[in-house]
Write a protein that binds this ligand. Structure first.
Ligand code: PLP
Length: 437
């Protein structure tokens, strides 16, 4: 175990300097650059089980888990075997093949609301394509999203709320055209009145209401079952389609994701992360009549040179089959629940403010202070404590120095896998108790 404060990071620091010369911010996805917590991003050389090993030889217990795909940890033996075997048959054909068929049948035979599915290469692509289908199916153009949900970096959803209730969205990134943002309406999470008002005003123009049923990209903003059910029924009442973005929650909170747990049947659903077992796979699917609008069956164009990549498909098949075989959900739930309790107790000794773990299934988020809500649970962006970012940075670095790697942002969740050992969880709890704020 590395000694706090004495961790060697010379090689990571040197790599970071070189990387900044050749890539924006030195990274290929922004949060990896440690802007949210400060300090030098660790350059990871390899990973096994629940451990990351950096270029300086430091070992970390990993709770980022590549942002969700690795529910069985790094280098799972079954996934590794499937990938090795797939590689002996070539790694891309650009033609029809049986591997995407097997994965599609695996999904559609067990998830009844996914009657047909199309594989793409990322969650972003899946959501972008699902919106195109929704527009084509309804002849309407406006999209509703919830403030605090993330759906990938497509222009039309890279937007945030304007000022005022149910206002037209403003771009949340430079380079997003205002006229694209103007077709998106952003409403706060956990606020049925705002959603109703937005639908009363714009419902007739809305093609789709998109929601992460477990919003897990701005902390873990837990929604109530009642809120999700009402959103579904109001959406239907206005003739709009319901899109569940289950890129994180799909195969994570249950095999059929949050739709299975809530028994809400979305018209369209997007998957990513776990579905590719750690390889770049996304998928969109849903009602057959909607999916049959997609080319070549229908007029909605959507394509991909490497879509349905056979190696990635085999990694996905191995992962999903293992989920069906082991049914790890009750076990993950029990261990995550215990871990969350122990982290709260340990933090009560080290932090001069309350630390709560908001958790759903094996998704966990440490809230650094009182949530600004009546029941003490943050369910919307404005309920997150204002000190979240700076306080989390201290927790993050305290843990990192003790060999624990959380996602480097106070607004990202931790992922428990089936391979985290009891000893590793003990060490995390200990490190939380030793953190300095
Ligand atoms: C990760 C994520 C995406 C984007 O997926 P990428 O593969 O990163 O493009 C979309 N929606 C949700 C809910 C996600 O968590």
């Amino acid at each position: 175990m590395s000694v706090p404060g004495n961790q060697q990071t010379t090689k990571s620091a040197a790599f970071f300097e070189r990387a900044k010369k050749v890539a924006p911010g030195g990274v290929h996805s922004p949060v990896r650059g440690f802007r949210g917590v400060g300090g030098t991003p660790r350059f990871i050389e390899r990973a096994e089980g629940a451990e990351l090993i950096d270029v300086d030889g430091n070992r970390y217990i990993d709770f980022c888990m590549s942002w969700g795909p690795l529910i069985f940890g790094h280098q799972d033996a079954d996934v590794a075997e499937a990938v090795r075997s797939a590689m002996t048959r070539g790694w891309t054909y650009g033609a029809a093949e049986p591997y995407s068929l097997e994965l599609a049948e695996l999904i559609t035979s067990r998830i009844p609301w996914v009657e047909k599915v199309r594989f793409v290469n990322s969650g972003t692509e899946a959501v972008m394509s699902a919106l195109r289908v929704a527009r084509a199916a309804t002849g309407r153009h406006k999209v509703i999203k919830f403030d605090g949900c993330y759906h990938g970096h497509l222009d039309s959803l890279l937007v945030r709320a304007g000022s005022g209730l149910a206002e037209m969205a403003s771009p949340d990134s430079a380079g997003v055209p205002p006229h694209v943002a103007a077709d998106t309406i952003v409403v706060p999470l956990n606020d049925l009145d705002a959603f109703r008002a937005a639908m009363d005003q714009h419902g007739h123009e809305v093609c789709v209401v998109a929601i992460e049923p477990v919003p897990a990209n701005n902390g873990l903003l837990l929604q109530t079952g009642e809120f999700l059910c009402e959103v579904a029924s109001i959406t239907r009442k206005h003739g709009a389609l319901l899109l569940f973005d289950e890129v994180i929650s799909g195969f994570r909170v249950a095999f059929g994701g949050m739709a299975e747990l809530t028994r809400i049947r979305p018209d369209l659903v997007c998957y990513g992360k776990i579905i590719g077992g750690g390889f770049p796979v996304g998928a969109y699917g849903g009602r057959a009549d909607l999916m049959d609008l997609v080319a070549p069956a229908g007029p909605v164009y959507q394509a991909g040179t490497l879509s349905g990549n056979p190696v990635a498909m085999c990694a996905g098949i191995a992962t999903l089959k293992k989920l069906l075989r082991l049914d790890p959900y009750a076990g993950l739930e029990a261990r995550a629940s215990q871990l969350a309790d122990r982290i709260e107790k340990a933090a009560a000794r080290s932090a001069p403010f309350p630390v709560r773990v908001q958790r759903f299934s094996s998704l966990m988020w440490t809230v650094m202070g009182e949530a600004r809500s009546r029941d003490g649970i943050a369910r919307s962006l404005t309920e997150i404590p204002p000190e979240q970012k700076e306080r989390f940075a201290k927790l993050f670095h305290g843990l990192l120095a003790n060999g624990v790697y959380l996602a480097p942002s106070g607004f990202e969740v931790s992922f428990l896998s089936t391979v985290h050992t009891d000893e590793q969880l003990d060490r995390v709890v200990e490190a939380v108790g030793e953190a300095r704020f």
